[in-house]
Structures are given as C-alpha cells and as structure tokens.
Write a protein that binds this ligand. Structure first.
Ligand code: PHE
Length: 479
C-alpha cells in the first residue's frame, strides 16, 4: 500500500536525520567561544549552511544539463574523493583555530611570512560573488511563496509554468524587490548574532524539508514518466562524461558543501571539542546528498511525464514543480509549504555566506558586527542588482558569452572554490603538522579511529589536490 510504504520510508529517512542530529546531544556544556550553545546546535547549523539552493535548485539543473546519471557518478566521485576530505580539513582547521578564517590561518601557519590567510581573503570574494546571484534565486523562491498564496501557479503545461517564471524574472522591478527582501532578512538575522539567529532558524526546519520532499517524491514516482525520469537520474550513459562535466561536478560538490571559501572553517570554530569530526562530517555529507537526490527524484519524473526540457537550466526547478503539485490533492498548500521550507534552507546557507563577509570586515577593517553587516548588505544590493537584472535590463550584456548572473555562478563554483579547496587540502596535508591533524581528528587520542585518520591523511595529501589540479588544468586546455 502506498500509504504504509510512505510512512515507512519517511520514518527510515527522517529517523536517520534525527539520530544524526541527536549525536552528543547529552553533552550540554557551553562552548568556549561564543557561538552555539550545544553540540547539536553546531551540527545543525553546519547542515544549515550546506543544505540550500545548491541541493534543491542547482543539483537538479546541472544534472539535467549535463546528461543525468553519468553526471551523478562524477558528482559522487567529486563528493567523496574531494568534497568530504576538504570539508573535514576545514572543520578541523576551524576547531583548531577557534577564530575567523583569517586569524585561524595566521595562527596555524608555520611562519607569519607565509600568506595562508589569503585563503580567507579569496573566500570573502567567493562569498560576495555567490551572494550576488544566490540572493536572486532566493528572491525567486520568496516570490513563489507569495505567488502560491495569491494566485494559482499550478499547471502541467510547460508553456504556462514557463510563462509564470518568465513574467517574474523579466520584470526588473520585481527582480530587484525580491532580492532586497532577501538581503534585508539575512542582514536582520546576522545582526541578532550567531547562536540566536542561526540556531533558531535552522533547527527544526531541515527535517521538515526532508519530509516534504519525501511527500512530493511519492507523487512524482507515481507519474507515468517516473520510469524514464529515474532512468535519466540513475542509469548512466557514460558517453556523456566529459572533462567539462567533471569540472562542473567538482564545482557543484564544493558549492553544495559550502567548502573552498572558509565558511566551514568559521563553522568548525563552533564545533565542540568532543565532537567526532570525521564521522559527523560524513553524516553532514550524506544528508546533503540525500536532500539533493530527493529533489532530483521530485523533478525528473515530471520532466519526462509532461515534456519539459531536462536541460532547461536555472529555471528547471521553478517550471517543473508546479506540474507535480498540480497532480496532488491540496497541491496549492503543498507548493506553498515547499517554497517556504526552501526559502528557510536558502536563508541558512546565505547566513553562513554573509557570516564569512562580516567576520572578514570585522577583522580587516575593524568594523562593528552591525556596521559590517549592513555595509555588506548594501554592497551586495549593488553588485547583486547586476545579477538580478541579467534576465531583463542587462540581458544583452554578456561578457565571456555569459550573463553576469551566469558568470558569477560559473566563476565561483568552477574556479574560486576549487582553487580555495586545493590550497586548504595542501595546507592540511603538507603544511600543518600531522600530529596536529591527528590530535584534532582523534580528539586528542580519545577516539579509536586511527584507520580513518590514516586514510584521510593519504587522500588529503595525494588524491584530493591531484584531482582538483588535473580537472582545473584540463578545463584550461593544458593537456
Ligand atoms: N551550500 C550552500 C547551498 O547548497 C551554498 C553555499 C556555498 C553556502 C558556499 C555557503 C558557502 O545552497
């Protein structure tokens, strides 16, 4: 019976998530540094940074554009051979430094003359450029939240859903307005500080998003095109593997896990001393992957049932979802909830991005948190507007053959984050003393995970940097 199947699956998957969330919940001693009150808070906030539009919007659209399952294979390789080790590296650096990115890198580098703090500076640039387009996509999500209340956006006709989307993005006024709404909201959350702002917003919402995705998936899987959709997502056609796809998969792994630019160094600084870094990070990575797959399973059956274009690009999520909800009882309510939860997930991710910028401004320019936040928000409104207007006023402005929106998206995921990740891996693998790495990963020898640590050290030294380097050089046409 579909009902019992559904509750069973929900229970299994969300159960996993809650077990993960409950790890070391018994340990409630306050953290040394101001930040999250509990280990649970630190863990959930880390998930809150990772899970966002990268999972729900970017993963499906890039998988659709790059040939489906073959791309998924590349993505999995990138996640486990590069993403996971780099994420562990960042968290351990953060917990060892217990400060913002720049101070941490200064503190941990063997000599003050070595400019490792540049990782922090480059990370701030990445955060800024990501926010410039991310706020726009988040703005679309917010607009869909309101739209789903004020009008009927459900339809299985690709022309109709496309029209709804185009009406939004080609209107310069609405594009800017929604971006500002997003920016003001994020600025407000940051002004209230780490513990209160982030912990409160992300705590309960990730499991809810998970459950809602499951509900949508059950409906999507009972559509006539479900078989074709699943085959697209899970049956690889290896002729579609290319080096361009490899670079995009690598960039997606960095983007989705919020790595390569210091966000996870900042978050690692809030992790508690007794938290098991490798195993907890693995759980974050697996949950992040699960959310992406659930989003893919919601979308591709719709694509193949109603004749959408899998390679529709950045609009894929927005044009396909109204079709699956159109086929559900109470579809209007569910689509509202879906975009609402997505807006929360996106907000958690944006908070972590702005947190990087605020910490940077705070450290480099000695601005107060409040001033740093609102100056950042103002600058983001300025630069972000060039992304917001790239479907309307600035549609004709395409340096390097891309709109500014696409350019910020491409440069951050495919250049800045991988390069940042490369240096982080090199730093942890070759510059930091192995004893220091081992002490962090075994919690000063109290964990019996020496095998895991040995594998980690090998991968972070040889495999991750080499893979990033080969993929980057290859995409530049060096080979
Ligand atoms: N990981 C976030 C997402 O998937 C985006 C992000 C990237 C957040 C880099 C912080 C840093 O939406």
């Amino acid at each position: 019976m579909p009902g019992s199947f559904f509750t069973g699956t929900t229970f299994l998957l969300t159960g996993g998530l809650f077990i993960m969330a409950n790890e070391s919940v018994h340990n409630q001693a306050p953290a040394k540094r101001s930040g999250f009150a509990t280990a649970l808070g630190a863990l959930i906030a880390t998930l809150g940074s990772a899970i966002g539009l990268g999972n729900i919007w970017k993963f499906p659209y890039l998988t659709g554009e790059n040939g489906g399952a073959a791309f998924l294979v590349l993505y999995l390789l990138a996640t486990f051979l590069v993403g996971l080790p780099v994420m562990i590296s960042e968290i351990l650096l953060g917990r060892a430094g217990r400060a913002n990115v720049i101070t941490t890198m200064r503190k941990l580098s063997p000599s003050p003359r070595q400019p490792w703090w540049l990782i922090g500076a480059a990370g701030a640039l990445s955060a800024f450029l990501i926010m410039a387009f991310y706020t726009e996509v988040a703005g679309w999500v917010f607009a869909y939240v309101v739209r789903s209340l004020t009008s009927n956006i459900l339809s299985t006709d690709p022309q109709v859903t496309l029209q709804t989307f185009n009406a939004l993005v080609s209107d310069p006024f609405q594009s800017l307005l929604w971006q500002w709404v997003v920016l003001i909201l994020v600025g407000g959350i940051i002004t209230f500080g780490v513990a209160k702002g982030i912990e409160a917003t992300t705590k309960r919402l990730i499991p809810l998003l998970f459950i809602l995705l499951l509900i949508v998936d059950v409906r999507a899987l009972t559509l006539p095109g479900a078989g074709a959709g699943l085959a697209f997502l899970f049956k690889p056609d290896f002729s579609k593997i290319s080096t361009t796809a490899a670079l995009i998969a690598l960039g997606l792994a960095f983007f989705k896990l919020s790595i390569g630019m210091g966000a996870m160094i900042t978050y690692g600084s809030y992790w508690k001393d007794d938290q098991n870094i490798p195993s907890t990070t693995l759980r974050v990575v697996l949950s992040d992957l699960a959310v992406s797959l659930l989003a893919g399973i919601a979308i591709f059956p719709v694509v193949f049932t109603y004749g959408f274009e899998p390679a529709a690009g950045t609009k894929l999520l927005f044009i396909t979802l109204p079709a699956v909800f159109a086929q559900m009882p109470l579809g209007n309510v569910f689509i509202f909830l879906f975009f609402l939860l997505t807006s929360f997930a996106a907000t958690g991710a944006m908070v972590s991005l702005v947190e990087v910028l605020v910490a940077f401004a705070n450290e480099q320019f000695h601005l107060s948190r409040k001033a740093a936040t609102w100056i950042t928000v103002g600058l983001l409104a300025l630069v972000g507007s060039t992304a917001a207007l790239s479907n309307s006023t600035l549609a004709g402005f395409t340096p390097f053959g891309k709109t500014l929106f696409d350019l910020y998206d491409f440069v951050t995921s495919n250049v800045l984050l991988p390069v940042g990740g490369l240096f982080i891996a090199i730093f942890v693998g070759w510059v930091l003393k192995p004893e220091q790495v081992i002490a962090q990963l075994t919690n000063g020898g109290t964990l019996s995970n020496h095998g895991v640590v040995r594998v980690f050290l090998f991968v972070v030294r040889y495999i991750s940097p080499l893979l990033v380097l080969v993929v980057l050089l290859d995409s530049l046409g060096v080979f």
